[in-house]
Design a binder for this molecule. Structure first.
Ligand SMILES: *Cc1c(COP(=O)(O)O)cnc(C)c1O
Length: 485
């Protein structure tokens, strides 16, 4: 008769862990080799949600059953393969295997560190990797911040601090109605999470005041005065401008210096959503895109996008590191013993999360062991790949680029000869569906003022020019096949 002790001992058995771990790493290494070659492997093994829900049903045995390897084989077979060179879809990294190993360590140690004692090593790494990132951006001495779970949580964190700094009243304690209603000026191309953040803060739809963009989808700084006046007329108190360093749809970089000038003139908080594009600062060739970011009051920077580490790891950086304590300025005395609440080492004071992963471990380790050059070259290489791709699309005669790319996001559409303009939107959607359900490529689509465009993020360092030529050919072939049929 097995007791609970026997069962627990078996579940925590170090020797079984050793065996399973070795097998799993072998399995994943084989997988990685196949995925990076892109051989005999669909990018996305497309299946309707209900089919996968049947594959992974809500039934579990009462007693131990089955082996890990075949179980994981089923997971791998049903998953999206981001290391495939023809994965050119959303802004999610093809993670460095070393980063994945670090997440494995994080999961076993589980040193999630709301308080220092729960994660002494990871707290120190977080403190210093955040300072390193702030330094890369050119933020001054005294800058600091935290790591959090994604750009969406990061932007909310930064805007909470902006509110405490600029509202003129204590909205944290008194609530959103304790003073005049607030708003932030935001380019209409900003990520939806900015509007979601202001709604979470209780500011309603007018919590975001849209600022028009130019033909390159970059915020028009000369439109800021009008936006400010419009917000004020509507009875709102503007507290900040949010600029995108890499907007989501087209990857456009807003003119940061001009926005910084405007914020200085009007005493507004300057926040940069650099979730995707703050990494441009690592590339000597493309650093100019984020010129002015060093003047920001706060910056959000995702390392799981353009730093090749697994999700999630987002830095929220403050020019004045002490501001970071004001995002969640509540008393949590059971955690912090009413001691000096400005201690950097109890990071939970400054994050939406209480417990979190050892997020810093993967970035700190990859920077330590792989060196910074890889990261700089990665940004340069993917941005250049996108420029070459856009050049070939433009020269082709049967493709059209929405806008010359600022970074590694390219929006384009196929315009086969003889197709009426009215059918172009539907065509892009159909083409995308064919390619992704067949598993040849993974790309996404976006609706811009001029219509529907195919959208690619060249985020996988293994994607080559030849893959993108093959994408153009596959799109053409799809149209020919349809015409021939
Ligand atoms: C991806 C992205 C976000 C959201 O970040 P997550 O890490 O996915 O939550 C926010 N803003 C911009 C500009 C982004 O590119």
């Amino acid at each position: 008769m097995q007791t609970f002790r026997d069962r627990a001992a078996a579940a925590y058995d170090a020797e079984r862990f050793r065996r399973q771990g070795h097998e799993l790493v072998d399995q994943l290494a084989d997988y990685l080799a196949r995925a990076t070659r892109g051989e005999n492997l669909p990018v996305l093994p497309w299946a309707p949600p209900a089919e996968n829900a049947t594959r992974f049903p809500a039934t579990f045995p009462e007693e131990p059953a089955g082996e890990l390897a075949p179980f994981m084989e089923r997971v791998l077979a049903a998953s999206h393969h981001l290391h495939h060179p023809r994965y050119v879809g959303h802004q999610v990294s093809a993670p460095l295997p070393l980063g994945a190993l670090c997440d494995f360590v994080s999961a076993l140690l589980n040193n999630g560190m709301a308080v220092y004692e729960m994660g002494p090593a990871s707290t120190a790494m977080e403190h210093n990797v955040v300072r390193w990132m702030a330094g890369q951006l050119g933020l001054p001495e005294g800058a600091g911040g935290v790591l959090t779970s994604g750009g969406s949580a990061g932007n909310l964190t930064a805007l909470l601090a902006a509110r405490q700094a600029k509202a003129g009243y204590d909205a944290w304690t008194g609530g959103a109605s304790a003073g005049p209603p607030l708003t932030v000026l935001v380019a209409e191309t900003a990520h939806y999470c900015i509007a979601r953040s202001t709604k979470v803060m209780g500011w309603g739809s007018a919590g975001v005041t849209p600022v028009p963009v130019d033909a390159h989808f970059r915020l028009r700084p000369e439109a800021l005065e009008d936006a400010l006046a419009a917000a004020t007329r509507a009875g709102r108190k503007p507290i900040a401008v949010v600029a995108s360093a890499g907007s989501t749809a087209t990857g456009a970089f807003d003119p940061l210096d001009a926005v910084a000038d405007f914020c200085e003139r009007h005493g507004l908080w300057f926040h940069v959503d650099g979730a995707h594009g703050a990494s441009a600062t690592l590339s000597p060739r493309f650093r100019h895109l984020v010129k002015g970011i060093e003047r920001a009051d706060s910056v959000v920077w995702d390392a799981h996008k353009m730093m090749m580490v697994p999700s999630l790891i987002t830095a929220v950086l403050f020019r004045d590191g002490a501001r970071s304590f004001e995002a969640f300025a509540q008393e949590a005395s059971y955690l912090f013993h009413g001691q000096d609440t400005r201690r950097w080492s109890d990071i939970g004071l400054r994050t939406l999360e209480c417990t979190k992963e050892m997020m810093a471990l993967k970035l700190y380790t990859c920077l330590s062991l792989l060196g910074t050059r890889l990261f700089a070259d990665y940004v340069t290489a993917t941005f250049e790949l996108a420029r070459r791709f856009a050049g070939r699309l433009q020269a082709s005669g049967d493709f059209e680029v929405a806008v010359p790319p600022d970074c590694n996001i390219v929006c384009f559409r196929h315009t086969p000869a003889g197709l009426p303009a009215s059918e172009l939107d539907a065509l892009q959607g159909r083409l995308r569906e064919r390619l992704i359900t067949r598993g040849d490529f993974y790309l996404v689509q976006t609706t811009l003022p001029k219509g529907v465009y195919l959208r690619t993020t060249l985020i996988n360092p293994l994607t080559a020019d030849a893959d993108l030529d093959a994408l153009m050919d596959a799109l053409r072939a799809e149209v020919s096949a349809k015409r021939g049929a």
